[in-house]
Design a protein around this ligand. Structure first.
Ligand SMILES: [Zn+2]
Length: 461
């Protein structure tokens, strides 16, 4: 039996124990959002470090950058002549959401059928452990790895990795690699291994409208007196056109058309509108929105999309017959490769502030301007990943986009001279990551682990 086959065998023998470890890890409420206690992030960093040591990684350390939750690193560098992989995952999680919506408590992971339910089980604790156990499988069976590995597990991903850039600059020597494997994305469907080669960026802003310095009686003053909420709604309605386009001038500048091989690839992916509507929990009469001339995948992965995330205004239950003097909203736009994040944010803010209806006072506060990312998934690393995933899952891998954002992928790969980045993950359309009843499909976790074992043995560069 080859070392790789022994490692696969090891996974089969130990999988139930791996699940117990994942349950243990996911009990730590390592929420990185403001307002949550920082101690659980220290606990989860320590848990991660102990596990790294237990599987046989070396130079395991919890590293700090002022103001950030702890980072955990470790490595194994005894494969002379072989390339070095930088593995990335995160140990922080989203807030649990509404407790009453969870069928089992968020931080008491529960196995029901083939799925494990709990906050962070799929995003991203299973991602972190998938590689740690794949490494263990080699190190505990044959005592060595076919490749050099550096592992970085961060604690601030869910809030936007604000300190990751600084961390990478500071600890560059501990992260230097020939390629990067980031395990925090999704598969297109259960059992369908997927490599993500494009991500959207994100810009957002808060727009605040004031028409009066105090509310006034809607009967006595209404008519010539406009309420701030109507003004806000008019501004928000301007953002998109009836045919699903974003109406901000020049907003689409720089976007390259999807064509050739990429277009073919997207066309070949399975898409079922009914299933899609079911997955998002759409009401029975709901229709798909956006630019109808583009396929749904193109709309999610390759085209910008605008959403209003929230509005502050008087609550309906607390209204009286008064003209509202103030209101505000948060607007978010997903951007795509080719667009300049800073310019996109500027355009959004200018558009919101321009020509305020009825001379209302409009203030716009710019928010984030995160990078989109895209690669052409060709070359040894991507081919190796496709072969490895096929072996792990017993099924051809597909190349997909992701409508979400991982802003650091672009700067991180650039930092190391434009190294390839393999984005693979364990989420699926039913996993409800970030929502209540987040879950991991355990058979895919096992397959992903086997895929990782095969990947380390591949010709990567
Ligand atoms: Zn994640």
């Amino acid at each position: 039996m080859s070392n790789t086959e022994q490692a696969i065998q090891y996974i089969h023998t130990n999988f139930e124990r791996f699940i117990r470890d994942l349950i243990d890890y996911s009990k730590i409420p390592s929420v990185s959002f403001p307002g949550y206690p920082p101690e659980p992030l220290v606990d989860s960093a320590r848990w991660t470090a102990r596990k790294m040591e237990a599987v046989g990684l070396e130079h395991v350390e919890i590293l700090e950058i002022s103001g950030a939750p702890p980072f955990v690193v470790g490595d194994w560098l005894h494969a002379p002549g072989a390339p070095t992989i930088l593995l990335y995952a995160h140990h922080d999680v989203q807030p649990p959401g509404r407790p009453e919506k969870w069928l089992s408590p968020a931080f008491k992971p529960e196995r029901r059928g083939d799925r494990l339910y709990g906050r962070g089980v799929v995003d991203d604790k299973a991602g972190a452990l998938m590689h740690l156990f794949a490494l263990e499988a080699y190190l505990k069976s044959s005592g060595k790895l076919p490749v050099n590995v550096r592992f970085l597990i961060e604690g601030e991903e869910e809030t936007g990795s604000a300190h990751l850039g600084e961390f990478v600059t500071h600890y560059k020597d501990r992260l230097k690699a020939d390629l990067m494997v980031l395990t925090d994305t999704a598969n297109l469907d259960i059992g369908l291994p997927s490599l993500t080669y494009r991500l959207r960026g994100l810009v957002d802003a808060i727009v605040e409208v004031r028409t009066l310095d105090h509310p006034v009686h809607s009967g006595m003053w209404g008519g010539p007196t406009i309420d701030a909420l109507t003004v806000l709604n008019k501004i928000l309605a301007r953002l998109t056109t009836a045919d699903g386009k974003i109406a901000i001038p020049d907003f689409y500048e720089g976007i390259l058309p999807v064509e050739g091989v990429e277009k073919e690839r997207l066309r070949a992916l399975p898409f079922d509108e009914k299933k899609f509507l079911q997955e998002i929990g759409g009401v029975s009469s709901l229709q798909l929105s956006g630019e109808q001339e583009f396929s749904a995948y193109e709309r999610i992965w390759c085209r910008p999309a605008c959403a209003i995330l929230g509005i502050d205004a008087p609550q309906v239950a607390k209204t009286s017959n008064q003209i509202v003097e103030w209101a505000r909203a948060k607007v978010s736009i997903r951007t795509v490769s080719g667009m300049n994040p800073k310019k996109s944010l500027e355009r959004l803010c200018d558009f919101l502030a321009k020509d305020p209806p009825y001379g209302a006072e409009v203030n716009v506060k710019p928010g984030t301007a995160g990078n989109p990312w895209k690669v052409d998934p060709v070359g040894p690393a991507y081919e190796a990943a496709a072969r490895a995933l096929k072996k792990g899952f017993g099924r051809d891998a597909v190349f997909i986009g992701c409508g979400g954002s991982i802003p650091f992928v672009e700067p991180l790969t650039k930092e190391f001279g434009g190294i390839p980045a393999l984005l693979i993950g364990l989420e699926d359309p039913y996993c409800n990551a970030h929502g209540e009843n987040e879950s991991l499909f355990l058979p895919d976790w096992k397959k992903g682990m086997e895929g990782a074992v095969w990947l380390y043995s591949e010709k990567l560069v």
